[in-house]
Design a protein around this ligand. Structure first.
Ligand SMILES: [Zn+2]
Length: 263
């Protein structure tokens, strides 16, 4: 999504910014302040899109479960809209069926009111991400799945990519983080980098709502090994993939490749 937006938005001026079908509240905080500011760039940290504005504020966008950024619309569930300077397309619509997304302005680019963003772990595709750092971030009794989803050992992983990465390295998703060995952390780090790189190159994973900026679907859903494949054979050993509830999320794993160590 960022790669699409960065070709389009800098250095247009936001002529008007506002909520559409969305109540006032923290998810759309200060949006009207964007009016009159230029979009300088389109950056990303973890799953947050960060658009620095000429007045010193930052437009913060999180797609949540079902957020889609559109250039045209005849759709329902449009939560926010920007009217932009320059030739068409010069409207940006934020559509969000399930309402987990955010589209707000952080005044003076102060992110302290967005705790997840403020405490995000290293970028997975940067030199800041290391196996030893990952191992340190996993020193908890919580399950490795919960820890990876909370964005602090490393930023940017959602439910799909956590399941795929843990299958790749044969780690049970309920394994307490502090039981992960350095060797496992090294493999996991590599798997995370490989999976995210491949997914980005494929334009993302479209299971239901997600669309690219041009309205197309991503293609990584064809490369998934366990996510959404309940009952189908494990690509490595042929055992049927199971779905369980771990960290309150539907979790897909191979009961043979990813055993839970005793104790
Ligand atoms: Zn297997």
């Amino acid at each position: 999504v960022r790669r699409g937006l960065v070709e389009w938005l800098p250095t247009r001026t936001i002529l008007e910014a506002g909520r559409v079908d969305a109540p006032a509240g923290p998810k759309y905080r200060n949006l009207e302040r964007a009016t009159g500011q230029d979009i300088l760039d389109v950056n990303r940290r973890g799953k947050y899109l960060l658009l620095p504005l000429s007045g010193g504020d930052t437009l913060v966008i999180h797609l949540g479960m079902s957020g889609v950024i559109r250039q045209t619309t005849s759709e329902k569930h449009i939560r926010a809209c920007l009217r932009l300077s320059g030739p068409p397309p010069n409207k940006l619509y934020f559509q969000d069926t399930r309402r987990f997304g955010r589209f707000l302005v952080a005044i003076d680019s102060d992110f302290s009111s967005i705790p997840t963003l403020n405490r995000l772990g290293p970028e997975p595709l940067s030199a800041d991400f290391s196996a030893s750092g990952l191992l340190r971030g996993l020193q908890s009794r919580a399950s490795i799945k919960a820890l990876l989803l909370n964005q602090r050992p490393v930023a940017g992983l959602g439910n799909i990519y956590v399941d795929e990465a843990l299958w790749e390295v044969s780690i049970h998703p309920a394994l307490p983080g502090k039981q992960v060995t350095l060797n496992q952390a090294k493999k996991l780090k590599s798997a995370i980098v490989d999976i995210l790189s491949a997914a980005i190159a494929s334009g993302g994973t479209t299971l239901k709502d997600y669309r690219t900026l041009s309205g197309g679907e991503g293609e990584f859903q064809r490369a998934l090994r366990v996510y959404g494949r309940t009952g189908l054979p494990c690509p490595r050993c042929g055992t049927r993939i199971i779905r369980s509830l771990i960290a309150q999320r539907g979790t897909h794993s191979c009961p043979k490749c990813q055993p839970l160590p005793r104790g």
